[in-house]
Design a protein around this ligand. Structure first.
Ligand code: C2O
Ligand code: CU
Length: 538
C-alpha cells in the first residue's frame, strides 16, 4: 500500500560532481529527491518544512489536483512561498493520471536540484498495465548540473539581462556518467523517464536496444518502438526495454541535447549511463561500451518524426474524450524578445538590450500576492482579465524579418478567464524573433490533446481539417517546433487558477507565461474547494 503521509525537509546538502563539491538544495538530503509512489485515484499529504535559506514552493507536475489549486505550487500564482523556517502541508490529489509524473520546486531556480519522480500505479485490482507486466521498473531522471550556485547564476542573469551560463553537464539520475542499469538477460524493464533539466530537450538512446514507448506525461499510448526518444523539460515518458542483446558486452545509454535556434548556446556534452547484464559474463573494462546512434543536435525532423508517431491508447478500458466542438478559440505566439536596457544598467542581451519572453507579445509579470488568493477573495488590482485571444498583429511570424514592434513586448499580469466546461482550442505559434527555438509549453491543472502541429505559420483556413480527434496524444507539456505551431484542446472542467508557461526555466523567468482562470460551475462538484488553514502568508 502506498504511503499517504510524507515528511519532507527542504535542506542543503553537499554533493560532488565533475570533481567539485558544492552545497545544493535538496529534499531530505537527496539528489534527485525522493520518489513518490501512489495508485491511481489516491490522495496523499506532503508536509514540507523549509530548512533552507531561500523561499520555496513545491509543484506536482502533471497532477491535476481537481478543484484544489491550493496545493499546486507555482509561486505567486497559487500561493506565496514557504519562507525559511516555515511549514506547509500539501494535499496532492491524484485523479485520472496513470504512469510517470514528477514533482519539483516552483520558485526561483531551485528546481535545478529540488525534483523527483512520481510513479502512479494502476488501481489495485485485476486491471493492471495495458502492456505485458515488466520484470522490473526503474526511474531515469535527467537533469543539468552547474559547478556554480544556481541561485547566484539566476541573480547574475537577471542583473545583466543576458543569458545565464549554460550547464556544465547533463545528468542521468544525478550522475554525468556513472549511473549503472543492471539487467538480467531475457527480462523486460519499464523505464520511467523524466526530464527535469532546466533548459535542454534531449535525444535519448540505448546502444543496440530498442525502446517501446507505452505512456507519456501520465497517460498511456499505443506502443511504438524506436531506437531513440525525445523528451523536453517537463515531459515524462514510459518505455519498455527488453534485455535481449549479447550479455558479454556493455552498452551506453546516452542523452544529448536537442537544441534548435541559431546562436543559442547550450550544453553540448553527452551524458552516459552503463547498461550491464548481470551474471558471469566476460564484459571487462577493456572492451569499451558501445555508444548508441543519436540524431544530430538540431535535427528537428528526427524529433518530430518520433513525436508525430505518439497516439493515445484510446481503447475500451482507457477511453478519451477529445473536444470536437470548440467554444473558445485562441492563438498565442510564444517568443523570446528584448526590452530596452535601463539607464545605468549594463545589459548583455543582443545589441545591449535585456532579454525577455512573451505570449501574444505580453511578458508576464509575477504579482506580489498570489493570483489564486486574489481571485478567491475578490481582491482587486493584482491581475487583469485581458489576456488576448489572438496575437496583436496578423502576419507570418516565421518570416526572416519581423517588425521591431513585435520585438518589444508589453509587460503585465494578464490572465485568460474561461467558463466552466468551455472547450478551449489553443494554437501555439513559434516565431523567428531572436533566432527562434523549440518551446516546451506546460499547462497546470490539465492534460490536453495535441490535435495537430506543423512547420511555418499557422493557417486557420486549411490546417484544422487534418486534426486528429480520434487518438491524439494526451500530455501536459508540448514541444512547439521552431518556426512552427501546435494545436492543443482541453475541456475546462477543473475550476481554479492554472499557470501556463515554457518549461525552459529562463523563458519562464523572462515572462513566457500566462494564467487560465477557470470559473466555478453550478453544481457543488464543479466548484473550488476551500483553502487549507496553513496557506503560507504573503
Ligand atoms: Cu513543471 Cu509550472 O511546472
Ligand atoms: Cu521557451
Amino acid at each position: 500500500l502506498a504511503l499517504t503521509h510524507h515528511h519532507w525537509v527542504v535542506q542543503e546538502a553537499s554533493y560532488t560532481r565533475l570533481c567539485h563539491t558544492k552545497r545544493i538544495l535538496t529534499v531530505n538530503g537527496k539528489f534527485p529527491g525522493p520518489t513518490l509512489m501512489v495508485h491511481k485515484g489516491e490522495t496523499i499529504y506532503v508536509r514540507v518544512h523549509n530548512k533552507g535559506k531561500y523561499n520555496i514552493t513545491l509543484h506536482w507536475h502533471g497532477v491535476k489536483q481537481p478543484r484544489y489549486p491550493w496545493s499546486d505550487g507555482p509561486e505567486y500564482i497559487t500561493q506565496c512561498p514557504i519562507q525559511p523556517g516555515e511549514t506547509f502541508t500539501q494535499k496532492v490529489i491524484f485523479s485520472t493520471e496513470e504512469g510517470t509524473l514528477w514533482w519539483h520546486a516552483h520558485s526561483d531556480w531551485s528546481r535545478a536540484t529540488v525534483h523527483g519522480a512520481i510513479i502512479i500505479y494502476p488501481k489495485l485490482g485485476p486491471a493492471g498495465y495495458p502492456f505485458p507486466k515488466p520484470d522490473a521498473e526503474v526511474p531515469i531522471i535527467f537533469g543539468e548540473w552547474w559547478k556554480k550556485d544556481v541561485m547566484k547564476l539566476l541573480k547574475e542573469a537577471l542583473r545583466t539581462g543576458g543569458d545565464p551560463n549554460v550547464s556544465d553537464a547533463i545528468t542521468i539520475n544525478g550522475q554525468p556518467e556513472t549511473f549503472r542499469l543492471a539487467v538480467d538477460q531475457g527480462k523486460s524493464y519499464l523505464l520511467r523517464f523524466v526530464n527535469a533539466a532546466m533548459s535542454l530537450s534531449l535525444f535519448v538512446s540505448i546502444a543496440n536496444h530498442n525502446l517501446t514507448v507505452v505512456g507519456v506525461d501520465g497517460s498511456y499510448t499505443k506502443p511504438i518502438t524506436n531506437d531513440y526518444i525525445v523528451i523536453s523539460p517537463g515531459q515524462s515518458l514510459d518505455a519498455l526495454l527488453l534485455a535481449n542483446q549479447n550479455p558479454n558486452q556493455l552498452y551506453y545509454m546516452a542523452a544529448r541535447a536537442y537544441s534548435t535556434g541559431v546562436g543559442v548556446n547550450f550544453d553540448n556534452t553527452t551524458a552516459t549511463a552503463i547498461v550491464q547484464y548481470n551474471g558471469n559474463y566476460s564484459a571487462t573494462p577493456f572492451s569499451p561500451p558501445i555508444l548508441p546512434y543519436l540524431p544530430y543536435y538540431n535535427d528537428t525532423n528526427a524529433a518530430f518524426r518520433f513525436l508525430g508517431r505518439l497516439r493515445s491508447l484510446a481503447n475500451k478500458d482507457h477511453p478519451i474524450h477529445v473536444p470536437v466542438k470548440v467554444t473558445t478559440h485562441m492563438v498565442s505566439t510564444v517568443a523570446v524578445n528584448t526590452i530596452p536596457c535601463k539607464i545605468n544598467d549594463t545589459c548583455e542581451g543582443p545589441n545591449g538590450t535585456r532579454l525577455a519572453a512573451s505570449m501574444n507579445n505580453i511578458s508576464f509579470v509575477n504579482p506580489s500576492m498570489d493570483i489564486l488568493q486574489a481571485y478567491y477573495r475578490h481582491i482587486n488590482g493584482v491581475y487583469k482579465r485581458d489576456f488576448p485571444n489572438f496575437p496583436p498583429y496578423l502576419f507570418d511570424f516565421t518570416a526572416d524579418y519581423l517588425p521591431l514592434s513585435l520585438e518589444i513586448p508589453s509587460r503585465g499580469t494578464r490572465v485568460k478567464v474561461v467558463k466552466y466546461n468551455s472547450t478551449v482550442e489553443l494554437v501555439l505559434q513559434g516565431t523567428n524573433l531572436i533566432s527562434g527555438l523549440d518551446h516546451p509549453m506546460h499547462l497546470h491543472g490539465y492534460s490536453f490533446f495535441i490535435v495537430g502541429y506543423g512547420f511555418g505559420n499557422f493557417n486557420r483556413s486549411n490546417d484544422p481539417s487534418s486534426y486528429n480527434l480520434i487518438d491524439p496524444p494526451l500530455r501536459n507539456t508540448v514541444i512547439v517546433p521552431i518556426s512552427g505551431w501546435v494545436t492543443i484542446r482541453f475541456t475546462a472542467n477543473n475550476p481554479g487558477v492554472w499557470f501556463m508557461h515554457c518549461h525552459i526555466e529562463r523563458h519562464m523567468t523572462w515572462g513566457m507565461d500566462t494564467v487560465f482562470i477557470v470559473k466555478n460551475g453550478k453544481r457543488t462538484k464543479a466548484r473550488l474547494l476551500p483553502p487549507p488553514p496553513d496557506m503560507p502568508p504573503c
